[in-house]
Design a protein around this ligand. Structure first.
Ligand code: T4K
Length: 404
């Protein structure tokens, strides 16, 4: 491969490595012509939303792909979580990780249900079942596991705890569409699971999400709740909201579905290339996916152990930004350190040592179809160079931040 080499970091006086910014979360776009055809169909038939034909087709395609009985497409995963939580009858306290996107916690608090933040396993970054058991109180009604980075939770252990304590089990599977656990697709576990098809997800419907479940009664409640509680033209049976997906989103979703294999194989190719190129950089540990399961490989996350790199994650992020690589600190600083939770539970961090450590160490790098293998080689060279020149770079960064 003929790649440019990074001689001097921009922060040390070199030029930025990329002339245009490279982002984490750059959307994958499927077959444009097919999408435009579908958009024309929508305009021609003047059916824009409210469970239109494309939404119905997408729901069926997703349910068949996952092997789940019900898929209820939604306007986004946050509303899908709120509806699933309400339809499951959760109240009081619900155990969740703090290492997640803020939407997981907000979906509870929005309904005045207390998110009880639980620590995670240092290897998988998912809920630690042993800690979950310690967080159960008489007010606990459920557990929300998050399959972070698309890597499944320890589902068997969480199911056993939920059954033993008579708790509902919901999964925030926003990252995990297309992943499997013990050979079964994510989307088929717990009482229900929630998927996100946001633009930044490898499979997108512009904005969108879904509740998937094998429970007929729950599916019926979710469906009514997403349409204001209407059970027919003139009858509302309980409180609901507007969680409907529109036809344009479904058109994008169906088009993304047709490129699903290509998106996953590009992510896999990128993942392997990052692994090779980051190999041997002291203190840098890239994410590992279990290759005996299906994975979507959509997040390239790495841990930065400052004791070994001699440069902090935050300094590395600054360097990458100076080189036009817009790396992200997902999910810094952890939900428990954001409002309103920081004010409600100022000491929550004491019970979350792994979360507290990892929020300072994790960083996400660009991947997906917008990123080439050459881009990845350069990104990794920047990281390697920054770690090699750690002291010099840190001094320079400190000078810059004092001056600015
Ligand atoms: N649960 C979990 C575990 C989640 O991660 C999420 C969402 C949810 C629930 C809720 O799902 P939704 O209700 O959103 O369906 C982004 C996404 O907005 C969010 O969906 C996602 N997780 C989260 C991890 O990432 P931000 O605040 O980081 O977005 P933003 O605007 O900074 O964009 C992220 C990156 O993507 C940037 O580098 C720019 C790039 N980008 C973004 C968009 C929208 C593009 O290149 N093109 C685009 O169109 O939250």
């Amino acid at each position: 491969m003929n790649i440019k080499t990074v001689d001097t970091l921009a922060i040390l006086g070199g030029a930025p490595s990329f002339t245009e910014q490279l982002y984490v979360g750059r959307p994958n776009i499927g077959d444009r012509a097919r999408l435009l055809e579908r958009i024309n169909d929508i305009l021609d038939r003047r059916w824009l939303t409210n469970h239109g034909p494309y939404v119905q087709e997408l729901e069926k395609r997703i349910a068949d792909f996952l092997g789940v009985k019900h898929c209820i497409a939604m306007c986004n995963a946050t509303v899908a979580l709120e509806i699933a939580i309400r339809a499951l009858g959760l109240k009081g306290e619900v155990i969740v990780p703090s290492m997640t996107f803020i939407a997981t916690a907000h979906a509870l608090q929005w309904q005045e249900i207390t998110p009880v933040f639980c620590d995670i396993d240092p290897v998988t970054h998912n809920l630690d079942p042993k800690q979950v058991e310690n967080m159960i109180t008489p007010r606990t009604t459920g557990i929300i596991g998050v399959h972070l980075w698309g890597r499944p939770c320890d589902i068997n252990a969480l199911e056993a705890i939920a059954a033993q304590h008579n708790l509902k089990l919901l999964f925030d599977a926003a990252h995990a569409f297309g992943s499997s656990y013990t050979g079964r697709m994510i989307g088929t576990f717990g009482n229900a699971e929630v998927l996100s098809f946001h633009a930044t997800k490898f499979f997108n419907s512009l904005e969108g999400g879904a509740v998937v479940t094998n429970d007929d009664e729950l599916a019926q409640r979710v469906r009514l709740m997403q349409n204001f509680g209407f059970e027919g033209y003139d009858s509302v049976v309980y409180i609901g909201t507007n969680g409907k997906m529109n036809e344009m989103s479904a058109a994008m979703g169906l088009t993304s579905m047709e490129s699903l294999d290509e998106f996953i194989s590009t992510n896999y190719r990128n993942y392997k290339h990052y692994q090779e190129e980051l190999n041997g950089i002291p203190g840098i540990t890239p994410i590992i996916y279990n290759e005996s399961e299906r994975s979507n490989y959509q997040y390239i996350v790495m841990e930065v152990d400052e004791e070994k790199t001699r440069i902090s994650r935050d300094h590395l992020v600054k360097i990458l930004w100076a080189e036009n690589v817009i790396a992200r600190r997902y999910f810094y600083p952890g939900c428990h350190r954001m409002e309103p939770y920081r004010s409600y539970f100022p000491h929550a961090g004491l019970l979350l040592p792994e979360t507290e450590r990892l929020v300072e160490q994790l960083m996400s790098l660009p991947t997906g179809t917008a990123v080439t293998l050459d881009d990845i080689s350069i990104i990794c060279q920047i990281i390697r160079l920054a770690v090699e020149h750690n002291t010099e770079v840190v001094d320079r960064l400190n000078l810059v931040s004092v001056a600015s």
